[in-house]
Design a protein around this ligand. Structure first.
Ligand code: PLP
Length: 452
């Protein structure tokens, strides 16, 4: 299996190459050259546990990794989860299920992809004999999940930049209390945008970047999307057979990576009724799916901070399919978006997507209502997905974070704070962070001292 760029100006790559490169050299995102049809395998896969199912699925794509090696990497990735089901499917009422994606080490769904990506990087280092220095900027969940995907790994260091004082105290603890010597949490004196600007500048210095084998943790790596397909597949296989075709997956959405994975899976021959993109007040995707217009706006802080985005970086992958794989059209639309911040789709093929938007007040009300009705506590991101569930369908709501990560928002809604042992365990540990100014020279000097 080869992987092509959405912009059509990159030679097709193997799985390992595409994962190592991340972003295609032509500026596009990698996609499988063709999507396999897995409809004939589904009955056979019904009884498999999570890691085995993941192996059967990923081996269709990672064809350049020895199967026994791939199986080992996958088993190691999901052994860090705290429940044997890995992604438990819980039924709330006759028509509503919750797919719990928060049982990984940092209690958010990003662990599904970043545990695996960490092990894939480790494998590549072992093969090449070279070390790797991973660099990223975060406003919260991605940084924590990336750190936990890489901490303690040989010949690897990870440097995560975040805005000092502007991530939640628990998120900061997840990044700074690991006790691992190869983790460097850098609290910069500035905003998240400053962190990203510094990061761009450092990667722009190609001599520095090559000298230290710098690699970016980014939200667009192909391996992340493919790893995320598996929990949709697992949920579908665990539903009663009669419910499967009428299922709608309802997905709290920011960069469009999570829901895109589910939609790609459906295009591989897994029949479902649809996908619902649930946004918070940052509703660029809700506006797209209701009006056909994609227009970037200002980012507003919300109770669901991991969905506070103004451009959905994985949107380009969906765009590729809406223009029937015409890479020239993708390039033209992306150029227009870059120049004007907007594109209107005259004949928008939205496939089987619908959408919703929840304000902060609605998020709070939903957390309260779901708790009163079912005794179940949803985090503020997951709460967005409970807005206007379609009664004509079986809804599978993706629970993207554990409520204990957002104690203040939960207390405001139901008067109590959920806890989690993994978070309690962090509280007595020392916070180890490096405060640095938001300039590339200072960060580069730090990386120069600590790189492997
Ligand atoms: C990252 C994140 C999201 C958004 O996921 P996308 O793949 O960016 O759409 C939603 N909820 C939580 C808790 C997250 O960490």
């Amino acid at each position: 299996m080869k992987f092509i760029s959405t912009r059509g100006q990159t030679e097709p790559k193997s799985f390992t190459e595409a994962v190592a490169i991340g972003l295609a050299p032509d500026g596009g995102l990698f996609l499988p050259e063709t999507l396999p049809d897995i409809s004939g395998q589904l009955a056979k896969w019904e009884k498999l546990g999570y890691a085995d199912l993941c192996f059967e699925f990923l081996r269709l794509f990672a064809t350049d990794i020895e199967p026994t090696v791939l199986r080992g990497l996958i088993q190691k990735s999901y052994a860090t989860f705290s429940v044997p089901e890995i992604a438990p499917l819980k039924q709330l009422d006759e028509r509503t299920y919750v797919l719990e994606l928060f049982h990984g080490p940092t209690l958010a769904f990003k662990d599904f992809a970043l545990q695996l990506l960490g092990n894939l990087y480790e494998h590549q280092c072992a093969q090449s004999g070279l070390g790797i220095n991973v660099l990223g900027a975060t406003s919260g969940d991605t940084g924590a999940a990336a750190i936990h995907g890489l901490f303690g790994k040989p010949k690897t260091a990870i440097f995560i930049l975040y805005p000092d004082g502007r991530v939640s105290p628990l998120q900061e603890r997840q990044m700074t209390c690991t006790g691992a010597a190869n983790v460097h949490a850098i609290a910069i004196d500035g905003s998240f945008d400053d962190a990203q600007r510094v990061l761009k500048e450092i990667f722009g210095d190609q001599a520095f970047s090559a000298q230290h084998h710098l690699s970016a943790v980014n939200s667009i790596n192909l391996a992340r999307i493919l790893a995320q397909c598996v929990y949709y597949l697992s949920a579908w296989l665990r539903l009663p057979a009669a419910d499967r075709p009428s299922v709608e997956f309802v997905v709290p959405t920011g960069n469009f990576g999570n829901v895109l994975a589910g939609w790609l899976l459906s295009r591989m021959g897994v029949p479902v009724a649809g996908f619902k993109v649930a946004t918070n007040r940052n509703d660029i995707l809700h506006r797209l799916f209701t009006t056909g217009e994609y227009r970037t706006g200002d980012v507003h802080a919300s109770l669901a901070p991991s969905m506070d985005i103004q451009v959905a970086s994985n949107f380009e992958r969906f765009l590729y399919y809406t223009v029937d794989g015409d890479a020239a059209k993708v390039r033209a639309i992306m150029a227009q978006l870059k120049a004007t911040g907007a594109h209107h789709f005259a004949h928008f093929n939205q496939f089987n997507f619908t959408s919703s938007r929840a304000t902060d007040a609605e998020i709070t009300a939903i957390i309260r209502r779901v708790h009163e009705k079912s005794g179940y506590i949803v985090d503020p991101h997951t709460a967005c997905a409970f807005k206007d569930l379609n009664p004509a369908r079986i809804s599978v709501v993706l629970a993207t974070a554990h409520p204990a990560k957002f104690p203040a928002a939960i207390r405001a809604a139901i008067g109590q704070e959920p806890t989690h042992p993994a978070l309690e365990a962090l509280k007595p540990r020392p916070v180890v962070k490096h405060r640095l100014p938001a300039n590339a020279a200072a960060i580069k000097a730090f990386i120069g001292q600590h790189a492997v």
